[in-house]
Design a protein around this ligand. Structure first.
Ligand code: CTP
Ligand code: MG
Length: 220
């Protein structure tokens, strides 16, 4: 099975609030996007497409291996992944979609996703259990109900798909409809999404505290 990786790196990183787009923010001296590309290649992905902010093409190209293809992103993550998928070579029979914002994802997670696809899954997401009591609140912020934590999972990336299935799912999704991840796009087609074990180190860098934690991890 051959796999192409798409790295969504075209966001602005408004919650991180850095002086540059999040994918170019450095962790231990290397931009987050470079860490994410390394993870996919080390985990067994053969070809990588990185979706970048149009204004940052040159800057991103300078920090990535020459074999990586770059494509301009869109205004939303859904639009960016759609652009990445259109630019991905037709040869691969699997696609992994990964966030540039998850720099310390261990290659083992990539390998688990690829293994599940090789075993026949059409869609695979890495997940972690929910460890805190989790509740739903009403508009006033009052607890309305406690959720059954045992049935809940936190979903990470890379998410893996049969190429045919992900292409069909994006073709079917009306342009302008935004979903928070790619498994949701596929589920809209009624395709079952398999889970494999995620990893706490695949945590997403969203706010400054997350970057601080990532720095502590690489320093050890
Ligand atoms: N992303 C993208 N194109 C967009 C928006 C997001 O490729 N138009 C990517 C980001 O670069 C990131 C991943 O999707 O790697 C997850 O999104 P998120 O963590 O929300 O990143 P940002 O949108 O950049 O951050 P924020 O929402 O705080 O602005
Ligand atoms: Mg965002």
């Amino acid at each position: 099975m051959s796999a192409v990786g798409i790295v969504a790196a075209a966001g602005s990183g408004s919650r991180l609030g850095a002086d540059r787009p999040k994918a170019l923010v450095e962790l231990a001296g290397r931009p987050l996007v470079a860490w994410a590309v390394d993870t996919l290649l080390a985990g067994g992905v053969g070809e990588v497409v990185v979706v970048v902010p149009a204004a940052e093409r040159e800057t991103v190209a300078a920090v990535l291996p020459g074999s990586v293809r770059l494509v301009d992103g869109g205004a939303t993550r859904t639009a960016s992944v759609r652009a990445g998928l259109a630019a991905a070579g037709a040869a691969a029979d699997a696609v992994l979609v990964h966030d540039a914002a998850r720099p310390l994802t261990p290659p083992d997670v990539v390998a688990r996703v690829l293994d599940a696809l090789a075993a026949g899954a059409l869609a695979v997401v890495p997940v972690l259990p929910v460890v805190d009591t989790t509740v739903a609140v009403d508009a006033a912020g009052t607890v309305a109900t406690a959720l059954d934590r045992a049935a809940l999972r936190r979903v990470q990336t890379p998410q893996g798909f049969s190429r045919r299935v992900l292409d069909a799912a994006y073709d079917d999704l009306p342009v302008g409809e935004e979903l928070t991840d790619d498994a949701a796009v596929v589920r809209a087609l009624g395709i079952p999404v398999t889970t494999v074990a995620g990893d706490e180190r695949a945590a997403k860098v969203t706010v400054p505290h997350d970057l601080h934690l990532a720095e502590l991890q690489v320093r050890r």
